[in-house]
Ligand binder design. Structure first.
Ligand code: ARG
Length: 459
């Protein structure tokens, strides 16, 4: 069948070229945005007397009928059409006759596709934000529950200082809070309406772009029509926000996988979020967390694909840009799936506090506190650090730990040591005393939880 754009050419393309060129397989998911965009466009055309009010009514009737029929399943997408825009226009014309052909006045598919993509990503960004919030609530309640549970804090994956599990979880809460903010930022850049840019140069009709933008819930219009149809920064930003979010989920996944291992045994995932092995009966694998970590790569891939696709493009629209959609759709779908499993996986995760405490006990994790003890008794920190380093070295040689070294032994290193040192280096004290803002003490963690809750009320 000849294409709707037949004219200069006969509109008959080679079958393979046709498949290659067509985007309806993936852009059909924007049917709703396409139809709502067209309703606003027809309304504007009527408002500006470019078409009559009766024509507007008939077009809108036709369009809302198509939307209803698509949603009820009465109308099926015809995948032989080139894209969703052509499909809707074709069905409209079939249903209301030649009048359907007036809809495309003062518009081009170039500004239409930019509009649809913005509207679609706006919906997806809002829904991703809602899912991030759910994850945050799961993290906050776990953190609340474990604001006093002691675990080893690591640097270089070596035991460093005692922290609370609540504190560790709240570090992730901060990351996801930034992700929320990042999507709000992406939404600001999405909130620019390109429709009315037409093919690239604007139009000779007396259109009202601001009216049309407002009808579609945009607070700004693209100020330059060439930029209106060429700009895909919002896609790059969307993919970038998704990539950073995935990077956070992936780091969290990596820790959950480590913590679930026999070597750590800090947490146990609910059976609902693990799998077994087909051969090894003892296995309980953290497949969901591993998949989240694995899927991070494809989201980064989408971001790089978008940046690369755009880097050499002359202005304005080029067909290369059709590639934007699969990239952003895959980002949105992947992020959605990952967040959907992640929040309940965290919420149902069992925290093995005893094991965390045991792991904190024998790694000289309180050596900094031993040095601080000497500093508080008047020794400069560097000297205190040196003495404590020697004590740790000797303990390791002799199979001892700081808690079991006698006061006589301590006194050999410094006269400043006294019986009160044992209380000072107990893990509970180490944690409780870290009261600096953002620190690991249970009070400080409680404050962090409150602050994040407050911020969540304003997003
Ligand atoms: N399917 C196209 C896309 O997704 C729509 C825009 C087509 N415009 C054009 N001049 N061929 O980018």
């Amino acid at each position: 069948m000849a294409k709707m754009w037949a004219g200069r050419t006969d509109g008959v393309t080679d079958k393979l070229a046709d498949d290659f060129n067509s985007s309806i397989k993936f852009d059909s998911r924007m049917y709703k945005q396409d139809i709502l965009g067209s309703v606003a466009h027809a309304t504007m055309l009527g408002e500006k007397n470019i078409i009559t009010k009766a024509e507007v009514d008939a077009i809108i009737d036709g369009l809302t009928g198509i939307l209803a029929d698509l949603e009820s399943g009465k109308l099926e997408i015809d995948f032989s059409c080139e894209d969703i825009h052509m499909f809707v226009e074709q069905v409209l014309t079939a249903r209301i006759g030649d009048l359907g052909k007036k809809l495309h006045t003062a518009r081009s598919r170039n500004d239409q596709v930019a509009l649809d993509t913005r509207m679609y990503l706006r919906d997806r960004a809002f829904s991703i934000q809602a899912k991030i919030k759910e994850l945050l609530f799961a993290i906050l309640s776990k953190a609340e529950e474990h604001k006093s549970s002691i675990m080893p804090g690591y640097t270089h994956l070596q035991r460093a200082q005692p922290i609370t599990f609540g504190h560790h979880l709240m570090a992730y809460a901060m990351m996801f809070l930034r992700d929320l903010d990042r999507f709000s930022d992406v939404l600001k850049r999405i909130d620019v309406c390109p429709i009315g840019s037409c093919a690239l140069a604007g139009t000779t009709y007396q259109t009202d772009r601001v009216f049309e933008a407002q009808k579609l819930g945009f607070s700004q219009i693209a100020l330059n029509s060439i930029d209106g149809v060429s700009d895909r920064d919002f896609c790059v930003e969307f993919a970038s926000a998704c990539s950073i979010l995935m990077m956070h989920l992936s780091r969290f996944s990596e820790e959950i996988i480590l913590w679930s291992s026999w070597e750590f045994k800090f947490v146990e995932l609910s059976d609902a979020y693990t799998t077994g092995s087909s051969i090894m009966p003892q296995k309980k694998n953290s497949d969901m967390a591993e998949l989240v970590r694995g899927k991070t790569g494809r989201v980064y891939g989408n971001l790089i694909a978008l940046l690369t696709m755009l880097k050499g493009l002359p202005l304005a629209y080029n067909k290369d840009m059709q590639e934007d959609k699969e990239a952003v759709f895959d980002c949105a779908d992947t992020v959605d799936m990952c967040l959907d499993v992640f929040a309940p996986m965290v919420a149902t995760m069992k925290v093995l506090t005893e094991n965390m405490l045991t792991a904190s006990q024998k790694g000289f994790i309180n050596a900094t506190d031993l040095a601080d003890y000497l500093v508080k008794k008047g020794l400069p920190f560097r000297s205190a650090y040196k003495i404590c380093g020697q004590i740790v070295g000797d303990c390791i040689k002799n199979g001892k730990v700081l808690e079991t070294l006698s006061i006589e032994e301590y006194k050999k290193y410094s006269d400043l040591f006294d019986m009160d040192l044992y209380g000072e280096i107990s893990l509970e004290t180490c944690v409780k005393k870290r009261v600096s803002e953002g620190g690991t003490s249970p009070d400080s963690v409680a404050k962090q939880i409150e602050l994040v809750k407050e911020k969540l009320l304003n997003v």
